[in-house]
Design a protein around this ligand. Sequence first.
Ligand code: DUC
Ligand code: ZN
Ligand code: ZN
Length: 461
Amino acid sequence: MYDLVIRNGKLVTEKGIVEADLAVLDGCIANIMPRGDDVTAGIGEAKETIDAAGQYVLPGGVDVHTHLDMPLRDNIKSADDFATGTIAAAVGGTTTIVDYACQEPEGSLADALKVWKEKAKGANVDYGMHMSLVRADDATLNEMADMVSQGVTSFKVYLVYGMRLSDEELCRVLDRSAHLGTLVTAHCENYGVISYRTKKLLAAGKTDPKYHPVSRPDRCEGEAVNRVLQLAAMTDMAPVYIVHNTCRESIKCIEEARSMGHPVFAETCPQYLFLDDSLYELPDFEGAKYVMSPPLRSIADQEYLWEALKNGTIKVVATDHCPFPMEQKKIGLHNFSQIPNGGTGIEERIPLMYSEGRKRGLSMTAVSKLVSTNPAKLFGMYPRKGTIRIGSDADLVLYDPDKQVTIRHDILHENVDYTCYEGFVVDGYPTMTILRGQVLAKDGDFTGRSGLGQYIRRDLP
Ligand code: DUC
Ligand code: ZN
Ligand code: ZN
């Protein structure tokens, strides 16, 4: 007997929309039958049946860029931990996240993974880990192979912030990663440029949030993307994934690298597709909500990113979910460079992307590839995650295309006192989220048993 059957839905598969019924056994998709054929034939009625008439059945969302419970500096951590952040993820239709574990300045990768796995106990959706590197010494490079055997198959490098690596260190990491067959993910901004411009702005008394984007313009991102891609090209064409692309300046470099056959992959995030730099002009320190790095860009950049989603240059929409409460943002009331960087998205991503994606001519399948299938493939979780097919985990989202919702902070579950998308109206919303056959969320509420999330040991991409 099957554990669960979902009848009458429209399945969003990689090959398109299929009107079919789906059966679940032991947490996996066990059978799919076109409408009219009985999915339970010869097996008997299932323990539970869900009627998905009028709804799409999506593959669970896969968010490969989150910062849960991330220490920023003394006494400041990102507001969502693995308990709250994954409730928000589940209600918003995301069933798998990949969070960034961070190596300590003097610490080992093994220590960092242990710390992050401890933080993740009690998670409500499945989770994998990337590893952010703050050093590229022999000990760290030697540990990368151990990480792979523990299911960590991607390594992050920063070209900015205190944890930035030098060009030589970047080459060392790229070289080792190419050798291991892993993926280097890169936060690209030019540290020297930002440092110089920030000092100059502050010295001139320009301290408001609106100077944050002035301190780190699009060229500063483009330069760093170009640099890391050139270094990777000189290092056996090491595969690279550029996180949170915001602008034409960076996408142009990626297009060029891809046209030369370099395995380069691009991510963007909802904030760069839906929000723009005019928000920094808001009065009363409201602009601080949008202080994140890289910063929001122009409407023209937004349009460029949407085109890049359509033409396949950008393969993934993830969130960089890393909110800080307004009280903490106020640390930078008189100095924009002190505002903790980051915003919301883990709960809003799926509704925003399906709603706007459809309006902009992307098919349901095209959106599902951006938010589920492609990230699962690039980060070694496919076909277990990111697709609706027999044998895959039964991570499913029922999505009502006619349910119009106005996004407001008070309907969301993120543990912070605002949403970056207050007042946005979305056409379509998740009505049920299922993780490995178990219902986690229904009609905007978390209704599941807590702590069902499991660690995903990722394969090489
Ligand atoms: N950028 C942010 O805005 N927040 C978290 C980390 C990052 O790179
Ligand atoms: Zn980043
Ligand atoms: Zn990030």
